[in-house]
Design a protein around this ligand. Structure first.
Ligand SMILES: [Zn+2]
Ligand SMILES: [Zn+2]
Length: 186
């Protein structure tokens, strides 16, 4: 028994020959002191109480009261580490799952960015092609203006410009259509 265990009646520590009892009010007595008092009544509290003989067969809850603080710490340190390891394992698993998810999303974002850049390049090349066509359409219009003299008086310059635009539209569409067709197959 630990050094703090003593009889609350005679203040003697437990002897090899004597047995100790614990009352429900929390007092301990040696056999001699227990017999001195009334049956089922505490000598100190003077109230009715239950008495339990302290032995290795005593209920574990009561035995736990006599456990050394150092072994109590070891017991809880072990329990604490087991519980924290269990929880940590699950946290790591969840973390790995989200890590994987994040890298998948990053990869998908990278691919989408590349796709957007690719489409922007196609669009700008289309715009370049379109402006080339527009320049080509406006440049020769200067030359026939000289031949306006040979035009019949009825046809105006605006009518002629309109007919040229109509002629050019299909060719500009053809140019615009080809890069789109390429990018869809890619
Ligand atoms: Zn005693
Ligand atoms: Zn008592």
């Amino acid at each position: 028994m630990a050094s703090w265990v003593f009889c609350n009646g005679c203040f003697q520590p437990p002897q090899a020959t004597s047995s100790f009892s614990l009352t429900s009010c929390g007092h301990m007595y040696c056999d001699v002191c227990l017999r001195r008092g009334k049956r089922d009544e505490c000598l100190i509290c003077k109230v009715a109480c239950r008495t339990v003989l302290l032995s290795k067969h005593t209920d574990s809850d009561i035995q736990a009261l006599f456990m050394g603080i150092d072994s109590l710490c070891r017991k809880y340190a072990k329990e604490t580490s087991q519980i924290s390891e269990f929880q940590e394992k699950h946290r790591r698993r969840l973390l790995a799952f989200y890590g994987e998810k994040i890298s998948q999303l990053e990869e998908s974002l990278r691919k989408s960015t590349l796709r957007v850049e690719q489409l922007q390049r196609v669009r700008s090349s289309q715009q370049t092609a379109f402006s080339t066509v527009k320049t080509a359409a406006s440049t020769p219009s200067a030359k026939p203006s000289g031949s306006l003299l040979f035009q019949p008086r009825g046809s105006s310059a605006s009518e002629r410009a309109e007919s040229m635009e109509v002629d050019l539209t299909p060719s500009s569409r053809r140019k615009a259509a080809s890069p789109t067709a390429l990018s869809t197959s890619a």
